[in-house]
Design a binder for this molecule. Structure first.
Ligand code: GTP
Ligand code: SPV
Ligand code: MN
Length: 616
């Protein structure tokens, strides 16, 4: 230990004698030169102290403690509100290992660049050391990380989003391995912002950002980018998927995982409340996870999934007691809000869609008084909350958190669902013919971009398996890994694709979505039974007969005065061969120009079948 002996003060030493842990912390401190090093235990008193400190420095605003106990608001810099995909790099020795759709940098160069940027940047500040676990500590699925950071916001978020504490250091033990995560706010300079991944060294470096997905290194950086690389080498999968459980009227429980791109409905589906008619029949949804699934093949030949996280980093806008009651309920205690509006009348929070009325006295997400009379739904610059404002809420707050949430073995999957935002072409739901075809369907996903990543919103782009921004290696190899996993699963889940976002010619959503998505889940479950309900075989896969989607007590108006009818259902279930022929050409173009190589033969075969089916 060199530098650690020199810092002005050190609180705790994490009680670890793991030389690699101590070396990593020491080297980080040597680089960033903090005045103080504090080891995070995640204990209540320590958290309370950090909240106080955060309020003093202005990083946090204490909210109404009667209405929102232990809840705080944080505002990021205005140029630091979303993931930055163009500044996110996979740094492998060989460029080809990162593949053509990841940014790549030579690891030596990347280390040098980041070290240069971060050198001395914690002078006069505190470096916090966070030992955390992704997954239940001590379980077969669990993997451990140490994140060092100079941000109290990061510490408090990590204490919600992951399992933090000394038991993690114990689990790592004297010899054990862990993922190294270095985060420094530096100057929040967007020109020097880098999110670097070194999958060959189990290392992540993040500089010049203070926003969630860029800095909570256990989440996208570790649990998806690094973990997908580990999963490829170790024979398991790390996916951008929610996991939900469905209790059926006969009391049986089934589990489904679903991959939708960022801000495309995972949190909402994961904790949906079924329509009353379904509740009366005995259906109930429970949430295992809302963003990330780690999946392994069980001894029984099924896929088993866990949620490696411990909280929800959920999209605030649009969340209300009707659209997602359970998510809103999850935010009532111990929650950190990021970039939402502050309602100064009662020191609570507000965002677009929370209530139909606009509160008269708000401070907007940039810290300025908000004028509700200027609010124009179509102009994002008039919003009180940032379109990618978020809440960080403990998973256990969710009224429908699954009893299996803390399971060490995970839950067995009956179905995997892919989906995206598609105004046209893609029907409400269809089922792949088999595993390999399902992999093709996932690989062919496209979706309109959202505010979750910096850049234009509403642009259709390819996002295979919702992993475009998160696969830590070559996308062709990632497809191959899916194909290879299929060979190991004797009892595979069925694979489906859904689209909640079909619009009419005026841009109105044709499907009600949210709780009514239960109607589609029911059909999916019926297709997973030993004797599946019949379906229409089409050019793209199996589509429901319109009569088999239960529309009982559905009260949806596509536009004021225009009730959803069976004819609308038929429209959104229809497969238009001409459009799909074009889609097939576009998929071929994507394979050839973006992914370029390493695409499994099985996927080319599926593409040929699709083309042929569209001509027949
Ligand atoms: P990440 O946390 O970014 O990975 O996003 P997510 O996939 O969990 O997305 P989330 O559930 O937070 O939904 C994002 C946005 O989509 C919100 O504004 C929702 O209101 C909207 N949304 C979710 N489900 C539906 C749906 O079924 N229909 C419609 N029309 N909108 C939906
Ligand atoms: C996403 O963008 O998919 C998120 C939010 O879940 S972030 O953690 O910022 O990546
Ligand atoms: Mn996500």
């Amino acid at each position: 230990m060199n530098f650690l002996n020199k810092v002005k003060s050190a609180v705790g030493m994490g009680g670890t004698s793991n030389a690699k842990v101590r070396e990593f912390v020491d080297e980080s401190a040597e680089l960033a030169q903090p005045d103080r090093v504090v080891w995070i235990t995640g204990e209540k008193d320590q958290i309370e102290e950090l909240r106080k400190e955060g309020c003093k420095t202005g990083e946090l605003i204490k909210l109404n403690q009667e209405k929102l106990p232990d809840c705080y608001l944080h505002r990021t810099a205005v140029n630091d509100v979303a993931r930055v995909e163009d500044r996110t790099y996979i740094c492998t020795k060989e460029k080809d290992a990162a593949g053509p759709i990841n940014n790549w940098m030579d690891p030596k160069m990347a280390y040098e660049l980041c070290h240069e940027i971060a050198r001395g940047k914690m002078k006069g500040r505190t470096m916090y050391v966070i030992p955390y676990s992704m997954g239940v500590v001590g379980s077969d699925f669990a993997k451990y990380g140490i994140e060092v950071t100079d941000s109290i916001y990061v510490v408090l978020n990590m204490c919600i989003m992951t399992r933090v504490g000394d038991d993690v250091l114990e689990a790592i033990g004297d010899e054990g391995d862990f993922i190294k995560g270095f985060h420094a706010k530096c100057d929040i300079d967007p020109e020097k912002r880098y999110i670097m991944h070194f999958p060959e060294d189990n290392t992540i470096i993040s500089v010049n950002s203070g926003y969630g997905g860029n800095v909570l290194l256990g989440k996208k950086c570790f649990a998806l980018r690094i973990a997908s690389y580990l999963g490829k080498n170790e024979g398991w999968m790390a996916e951008h998927m929610l996991i939900l459980g469905i209790t059926c009227p006969d009391g049986t429980k089934k589990y489904i995982a679903a991959a939708f791109p960022s801000a495309c409905g995972k949190t909402n589906l994961a904790m949906l409340i079924p329509p009353e008619h379904y509740r009366k029949l005995g259906y109930k949804i429970e949430c295992v996870g809302d963003d990330i699934a780690w999946i392994r093949v069980g001894k029984d030949g099924r896929l088993w999934a866990v949620n490696p996280e411990n909280g929800y980093f959920g999209v605030a806008p649009g969340t209300n007691e009707h659209s997602n009651f359970n998510a809103l309920a999850s935010t009532k205690q111990g929650t950190i809000f990021t970039n939402v509006a502050l309602n100064t009348d009662d020191m609570t929070v507000w965002w677009e869609g929370l209530t139909p009325n606009l509160p008269p006295h708000c401070i907007d997400w940039t810290g300025k008084p908000w004028d509700p009379s200027k609010y124009n739904k179509k102009d994002k610059s008039t919003c009180a909350a940032n379109p990618n404002s978020r809440f960080t809420a403990p998973a256990k707050n969710c009224p429908v958190v699954s009893p299996e949430f803390d399971s060490k073995t995970g839950v067995p999957l009956s179905a995997i669902i892919f989906g995206g935002r598609r105004a046209s072409t893609t029907p409400l739901v269809y089922e792949a013919r088999d595993w390999n075809h399902g992999v093709f369907v996932g690989s062919a996903m496209s979706s309109e971009t959202t505010a979750a990543a910096a850049g234009a919103v509403g642009v259709l782009r390819h996002d295979p398996m919702a992993m475009k921004p998160f696969a830590g290696y070559h996308m062709g190899d990632y497809f191959q890994h899916w194909i290879d996993m299929g060979k190991k699963i004797s009892n595979p889940p069925k694979i489906f694709n859904v689209n909640w976002f079909r619009t009419d010619e005026d841009g109105n959503f044709m499907w009600p979505g949210f709780g009514d998505n239960m109607r589609v889940l029911e059909w999916i479950l019926k297709r997973c039974e030993a004797k599946p309900i019949e379906a229409e075989e089409t050019a793209i896969g199996f589509v429901p007969k319109a009569d088999d989607i239960d529309l009982e007590d559905m009260n949806y108006e596509i536009a004021p005065g225009r009730k959803f009818t069976k004819a609308d259902l038929e429209t959104i279930l229809a497969v238009d061969k001409d459009r799909w022929a074009k889609e097939a050409d576009e998929i071929e173009n994507y394979y050839n120009t973006a992914i370029q190589s390493r695409i499994p033969k099985e996927l080319w075969d599926c593409l040929e079948t699709l083309k042929k089916n569209c001509k027949d």
